[in-house]
Design a protein around this ligand. Structure first.
Ligand code: SF4
Ligand code: F3S
Length: 306
């Protein structure tokens, strides 16, 4: 598949099309990765570091179905280190990390899941024979060796809930501690399709096109509002009076008009998305989430700073 065809697939494919429940975008992407491997054997080497976050992103990715996670891990990436998924523990895990980082320097993709607390005592990511290593130290070290750096989730991309008021840990985005480009794949949590699609693009075509907040336009090119199935209610001024009703959720605090993501047709695990579940979009992919969306359930004109 040519690059522009892959972009078209990511930007337009929806599980509403095809066989119901068995046709996620990840399913389509992995088919393309399989074709790619007919001529190329290498997978994308990945070091996946979890810092200050709630593990929600890897849980979201583990929840992917049709295909399940194992196909992504086996066919697309060569997972060299992961706090969550690797079997090795303690010093063995650290030894693996050091060996992999040195052997694959300049080739691996660093995935950082979580914000970076500047109050270092808040986040020790591992302990070596020389002492504790903080998230800040680890990300600076590995970020200096990586070919690409991907911030996974809104905490890594923009600070997110980890940096929400009063931010006692002084958490910041990955891009604020590295003097290099960081690809932000935001979401709280991230949608598995956004992550798999971004890594597949890195593997097959290199750096994807990014928006002005360094997010791949593959998935963040348009607002929720643009493709929302309730847009006709909005345009006709029909607003829900309560949560759970079928009209436009703007009156209930929906921030879809200022939120860039493809949830209305990407959906979650091919099943549903917030507005379809009769609750507003709270803007989880936004650079100002969650402080810029609160108080939740308050109409945008009253809480928007845009
Ligand atoms: Fe826009 Fe939200 Fe209303 Fe959908 S529910 S039309 S995203 S304001
Ligand atoms: Fe997040 Fe809004 Fe989608 S809250 S999951 S960007 S609908």
């Amino acid at each position: 598949m040519k690059r522009n065809e892959f972009i078209n697939l990511c930007q337009n494919y929806s599980p509403y099309q095809g066989n119901k429940g068995h046709s996620s975008l990840t399913h389509k992407i992995l088919a393309e990765v399989s074709s790619y491997h007919d001529s190329q054997t290498e997978k994308l080497p990945v070091i996946w570091l979890e810092t200050n976050c709630s593990c929600d992103n890897n849980i979201s990715i583990m929840n992917t179905t049709y295909p399940y996670l194992d196909r992504f891990l086996e066919e697309t990436i060569d997972l060299l280190y992961s706090n969550t998924f690797m079997a090795a523990q303690g010093q063995d895990a650290v030894n693996n990390l050091k060996a992999a980082a040195n052997k694959k320097a300049g080739q691996f993709t660093l995935v950082v899941e979580g914000a970076i607390p500047l109050q270092e005592e808040y986040n020790v990511v591992f302990i070596t024979s020389q002492g504790e290593v903080s998230a800040l130290e680890a990300v600076k070290w590995l970020g200096g060796l990586a070919k690409y750096v991907v911030a996974l989730g809104t905490c890594a991309s923009f600070g997110g809930p980890s940096a929400a008021r009063p931010n006692l840990s002084q958490s910041v985005a990955v891009s604020e501690v590295l003097d290099r480009e960081v690809i932000n794949v935001s979401g709280c949590p991230v949608n598995a399709d956004w992550f798999v699609g971004t890594l597949a693009h890195l593997l097959m075509y290199g750096r994807p096109e990014l928006d002005n907040r360094n997010r791949p336009t593959l998935f963040y090119g348009y607002t929720i509002h643009r493709h929302c199935q309730r847009r006709s209610y909005f345009d006709n001024g029909n607003f829900a009076e309560n949560l759970g009703e079928i009209e436009c959720m703007f009156s209930q605090g929906c921030v879809g008009p200022k939120t860039r993501a493809d949830c209305p047709y990407r959906k979650w695990i091919n099943v549903n998305w917030p507005v379809e579940a009769n609750t507003p979009c709270i803007g989880c992919t936004n650079p100002d989430f969650p402080d810029g969306s609160t108080p939740f359930f308050t109409p945008l004109s009253e809480n928007s700073n845009e």
